[in-house]
Design a protein around this ligand. Structure first.
Ligand SMILES: NC(=O)c1ccc[n+]([C@@H]2O[C@H](COP(=O)([O-])OP(=O)(O)OC[C@H]3O[C@@H](n4cnc5c(N)ncnc54)[C@H](OP(=O)(O)O)[C@@H]3O)[C@@H](O)[C@H]2O)c1
Length: 330
């Protein structure tokens, strides 16, 4: 198989969204253990905005000049040694970089079956945010039925995924947003209590839980909510930091953490080893894809824009105007 000419989103140089364009590139055949995927949609993520600004270099082996962490599409070819996927299969997944490309070579074992009954354009809204939320809430923070989970930025991609996953297992989701409109939209997804994140927001959480606090805090904001988070912890709470747009540094009263017998941990998907990503993908396909197929959860799509509108997409995300996922159609 010869190299194919393909289109990718290109970062010309570090800067604002105007440095983005569609460029020609080429792609060789899939290596052993890889499949080649014709991408239907690529998701846009905060990490892409940082990479575009030159603040989040792609890991080794992935291009700095092509953003993109996730895709949904159709298998076009399989490399030597592949045994699970075949041409025509509908798949989705995360990649450590270069995902904004119309054709991708990805490790077969990291591909996930796109849920039956969900169009590929919608399935593109699943991998990054649902894998992040599911891994953080259940594999790490051990959220269980009957517990209360506080989800910050509940209208975000990860937030709206976490809210649905929590409801699916019988947990009670509480959510914050700086926007009353996003809270309203999250209520339509089943949010039990929505709190507009103005100073003192934690009082609503404490009151709603009759003084108990939240069992799990899914922190998608970081330092600016630190005080409120500490005040919202239930006894034995698990507080997990996933995103830090509100800052990375702050002061923690360790006595409060101790008194609540609470734990604080951080997590990231992108830098995990290929082996860890394979395990996550396999577990996600077995345990979460069926929830989509049974209609218990659904992808939340803010908009699907033609890839030529990538500049507009980055602006929209950067200005926090999205609810759910923003996707680029090839
Ligand atoms: N650790 C990982 O592996 C991983 C994976 C995926 C995502 N993330 C991170 O998780 C977070 C959510 O990702 P996403 O893709 O769901 O994001 P998203 O859809 O782009 O939404 C992010 C939301 O965060 C809120 N926000 C932004 N700046 C804020 C600030 N200064 N203070 C308070 N809230 C702020 C805004 O919501 P409101 O307008 O409602 O306030 C915004 O809509 C991001 O920080 C992202 O980088 C981490």
């Amino acid at each position: 198989m010869t190299r194919k000419t393909i289109r990718v989103v290109r970062i010309r140089e570090p800067g604002d969204p105007s440095v983005l364009s569609i460029a020609e590139d080429s792609l060789g055949p899939p290596a052993p253990g890889q499949v080649q995927v014709r991408v239907t949609v690529s998701g846009v993520n905060r990490a892409d905005l940082l990479q575009r600004r030159g603040l989040y270099p792609a890991p080794e082996g992935f291009p700095d000049h092509v953003p993109g962490l996730e895709y949904a599409g159709v298998v076009e070819a399989v490399g030597p040694g592949c045994s699970v996927r075949k041409p025509g299969d509908r798949v989705m997944g995360i990649v450590a970089g270069g995902g904004c490309s119309e054709l991708l070579n990805v490790r077969e074992r990291e591909t996930i079956r796109a849920p039956q009954g969900i169009p590929l354009e919608q399935a593109g809204a699943i991998p990054e945010v649902f894998m992040t939320a599911w891994d953080a809430l259940f594999r790490q923070a051990k959220l269980s039925a009957g517990e209360t989970v506080l989800v910050h930025a509940v209208g975000s991609g990860v937030g709206s995924a976490a809210l649905q996953l929590a409801l699916a297992i019988g947990a009670r989701p509480i959510g914050t947003s700086r926007s009353a409109e996003k809270i309203e939209r999250a209520r339509e997804l089943g949010l039990v209590l929505g709190v507009v994140a103005s100073p003192g927001w934690h009082r609503a959480v404490v009151e709603f839980t009759a003084g108990q606090g939240a069992d799990v805090v899914l922190d998608l904001v970081g330092a600016s909510y630190l005080e409120g988070n500490l005040a919202s912890l239930a006894e034995g709470a698990r507080w997990i930091v996933v995103g830090v747009p509100g800052g990375t540094r702050g002061e923690i009263d360790l006595r409060r953490l101790m008194d609540r017998r609470a734990s604080l941990r951080g997590t990231v998907l992108r830098s995990r080893s290929p082996e860890e990503k394979v395990l996550l993908a396999r577990a996600f396909q077995d345990q979460v894809v069926p929830l989509f197929e049974r209609g218990e959860i659904r992808p939340v799509v803010d908009a699907i824009l033609p890839v030529e509108k990538v500049i507009e997409a980055h602006r929209r995300l950067e200005e926090n105007r999205t609810f759910g996922k923003l996707l680029l159609r090839w």
